[in-house]
Design a binder for this molecule. Sequence first.
Ligand code: PGA
Length: 258
Amino acid sequence: MSKRKPLISGNWKMHHNHFEAIQMVQKLSYLINPGDYEAVDVSIHPPFTDLRSVQTVLESDRIPVALGAQNCHWEEKGAFTGEVAPTMLAKMNVSLVIVGHSERRELFGETDQQVNKKVKAVLKAEMTPILCCGETLEEREAGGTADKVSGQIKAGLAGLKGEQVAGLVIAYEPIWAIGTGRTATPEDAQAVCAAIRQVVADGWKDAADSVRIQYGGSVKPATAPDLMRQPDIDGALVGGAALDPDEFSRIINYRLVG
Ligand code: PGA
């Protein structure tokens, strides 16, 4: 089986206002070549307030970068002050939504059940969820990585049909590697990503082959090539290094290194 087309996603978190976002996207577009787009899919996930501006730049300049969001609510409308509905994102041609990022789980108390509702709501709005999972340092040191991650995946995908799971994206992001400069070794990351694919295969059989599994956690231009070479790593979810178009483009170009 040939490897899935990689997806490299830039998660800007709470950085860049909409003016800065426009500049970032334009700069990035000058640094990505047609060959890059053939080899990898690219998405950027700016804050909500930037989405409309970034959409306009991507569409008017015909930049083949997918527009992504970082979160959404699971309801379509209602009295949910401060929340954004999946259909509102879809209307702006957002095609990918990060769901259950560890910062949302740890800092904002998102539960597996809420993550599951969000995954379903994103699919219902005809977008693709990037379902995040990952263990803390304590869990890792106690040998609990596999249990934590497989529990998050089973709960996040609970109740989905095979055809819904096929083609979605999972991001394995060890929490101790996020924003810390520490990365899992390519071999460790591969082992966890293979275990994730097995969890998907156990629950949804054939869907497992088409699920793209990203690695995230301090991915840099220097570490991307070895990570991306692993058979079960189909892309990267990039935080810090995605804030700088030059660094991000060098990750997108990972295959040209070495
Ligand atoms: P990082 O963030 O690349 O800065 O570690 C990754 C993420 O949280 O998605």
